[in-house]
Design a protein around this ligand. Structure first.
Ligand code: S3P
Length: 168
């Protein structure tokens, strides 16, 4: 591997889950951008949102994104919103190979509902409004996600999905 592989996609699309598996397969490190920010800042994403608001968090997120440029090629799981702010999507595409994990809304919803959320953007929306919220956010974000070098669509078959991912 001669450059980073960036995994991007909506919350619940499996960026972290598949990122670990892909990194093992490729024999490289996995960097989960959210976990990395949390480790370096000594605060959870929810705490950072609460203290600095989304504006502060996005600035911090971009700052940590840029530090990835100096690291050896790795699999990088981005936050769901990372590609959608500032010129981040251009930066991502200039610094590695980007892969959009495209997952249908009903599957995203099922996954997000299965466990209590530590995601600040969802925590502020009543669960019965999640379907409309997700649809709306996805509509806004698709133009960014669709700039990825590659899209891998998940349709329920994990084996087929991972096979495509490994071929990246
Ligand atoms: C966000 C997604 C989260 C995290 C933050 C904001 C978003 O990451 O970065 O809560 O804007 O979609 P995951 O996609 O890993 O949940």
């Amino acid at each position: 591997m001669d450059k980073h592989i960036f995994l991007l996609g909506f919350m619940g699309s499996g960026k972290s889950f598949w990122g670990v598996k892909l990194a093992v397969h490729k024999g490289v490190l996995l960097i989960d951008l959210d976990r990395w920010i949390e480790e370096k800042e000594g605060q959870t994403i929810a705490e950072l949102f609460a203290e600095q608001g989304e504006t502060g968090f996005r600035a911090l997120e971009q700052q940590y994104l840029h530090t990835l440029a100096g690291l050896p090629p790795a699999v990088i799981s981005l936050g769901g919103g990372t590609p959608c702010f500032f010129d981040n999507m251009d930066w991502i595409n200039q610094h590695g190979h980007s892969v959009y994990l495209e997952v249908p809304v009903d599957i995203l919803l099922g996954r997000l509902r299965r466990k209590p959320t530590r995601r600040p953007l969802l925590a502020q929306v009543p669960p019965e409004e999640w379907p409309a919220f997700l649809e709306k956010m996805l509509e806004k974000r698709r133009p960014f996600y669709s700039q990825a070098h590659q899209t891998i669509a998940y349709a329920g078959d994990e084996e087929a999905f991972f096979e495509q991912l490994c071929a990246v």
